[in-house]
Write a protein that binds this ligand. Structure first.
Ligand code: PLP
Length: 387
């Protein structure tokens, strides 16, 4: 069998998703025909500006936000950096220099908090329980007079746990503290409404919802102050300079409605495949444990620790079978450090290094699941025999 005919089972949708046909087709006109700069006065530019505005409206609708509260960024990481710095700088003006976050955030959040610590901010890192859940009371107890920001991710990218965001939002609102959530993994999987959930700031990424890489969104409510991260021209209401990434923004606008419609039916379908995968693995492979919570979990997330193996070696065997998966998080695969997420829920280094994440979505099929259930146990057996 040559490489072309090789079956590929993509089960790494938390790392990135495939561009949808709709997103692809929405990009094309803005690459060559409608290539104008949205800031230009002639119609070529105005058409581009119209596409950006239309996308902004759709993003706002999908979150229950107003159109003036949506800022396009280069991705989820930029949105996280921007939200956290904005809230920190706004807080510092009135002497509030305390930030609350969790120990298992995405690195875009953690590294920004570490940066701010070096600038004199005080950061509290809340630890999730062994299932990977934060309780609202932990947040309430950590809030102080000088707290300017609470930032808690909506759903975790490694173990898929979904946090009680509405409850945390209510606590923050009642105490007058800005609440930011990284909703990159949750968006399109749970119903989100920034107004009813008291969310002041929220981050999204295009490439996790079938739009292109290099585009994201920061929602920042009118109540919150946004300090520019990129200075320059007057794009994005003077708060985020740089000529808009029109093709990517148009693509995001084209698919964002699909991401938030029919969530219940779509996630039900994916959940059935996920549970078949989990049950099948537990039937076939001894000495494995499921990481994360079974109830408060993203529909497509499977994360297991496999006793006696190295995740990295397993990934290579799976790749030979055409299965794309990850161990820890993709950003970490260049380093062999155990995942900070798995460490946060109490796993030791061996359990963490022997972890495997499979993230499926609506594009996967029952045949994909059976294929993984055929190949994965054999690969584990081979590695265990070797060690
Ligand atoms: C992927 C991801 C990000 C980063 O988004 P980019 O668009 O790749 O910068 C941030 N947070 C979470 C939870 C993610 O999964």
């Amino acid at each position: 069998m040559n490489n072309k005919d090789k079956r590929i089972v993509y089960a790494d949708n938390a790392a990135t998703t495939r561009l949808s046909v709709k997103a692809y087709e929405a990009m094309i006109p803005f690459l060559r025909e409608q290539f104008g700069n949205p800031s230009s006065v002639y119609s070529l530019g105005r058409n581009a500006a119209k596409a950006v505005l239309e996308a902004r409206k759709r993003v706002a609708d999908s979150l229950g936000a107003d159109v003036q509260e949506i800022y396009f960024t280069s991705g989820g990481s930029e949105a996280d950096n921007w939200a956290i710095r904005s809230a920190a700088f706004a807080g510092a003006k009135s002497g509030k220099k305390h930030i609350i976050t969790t120990s298992f955030e995405h690195h875009a959040v953690l590294r920004t908090c570490e940066f701010l610590q070096k600038q004199g901010f005080d950061v509290t890192y809340i630890r999730p329980d062994s299932k990977g859940l934060i309780s609202p009371s932990q947040i309430a107890d950590a809030i102080r007079e000088d707290t300017c920001l609470v930032t808690v991710m909506y759903a975790n990218n490694e173990i898929g746990t979904i946090q009680p965001v509405s409850e945390i939002g209510e606590i923050c609102r009642s105490k007058g503290v800005t609440f930011h959530t990284d909703a990159v993994q949750a968006f399109g999987h749970v119903e989100i409404n920034v107004k009813t959930q008291n969310i002041d700031m929220l981050s999204l990424s295009g490439h996790k919802i079938h739009a292109p890489k290099g585009v994201g969104v920061l929602y920042a409510s009118k109540r919150s102050e946004t300090t520019p991260l990129i200075h320059g021209g007057s794009q994005e209401r003077g708060r985020r300079a740089g000529t808009e990434n029109v093709p990517a923004i148009a693509a995001l606008g084209a698919v964002i409605g699909d991401a938030v419609s029919g969530i219940a039916e779509r996630t039900d379908r994916v959940r059935i495949m996920r549970d078949r995968l989990i049950d099948g693995l537990f039937e076939r492979v001894p000495d494995i444990t499921l990481n994360g919570d079974m109830t408060s979990r993203l529909d497509g997330n499977v994360n297991i620790s496999i006793k006696g193996i190295e995740g990295e070696s397993l990934l290579m065997l799976l790749d030979m079978e055409g299965i794309c998966a990850s161990s820890g998080s993709a950003c970490e695969s260049s380093s062999l450090d155990p995942s900070h997420v798995l460490k946060s829920i109490g796993l030791d280094d061996n359990a963490s290094k022997g972890s495997l994440r499979l993230t499926i979505n609506e594009e996967n099929t029952d045949e994909d699941i059976e294929y993984i259930l055929d190949k994965l146990p054999k690969a584990i057996e081979r590695l265990r025999e070797l060690s």
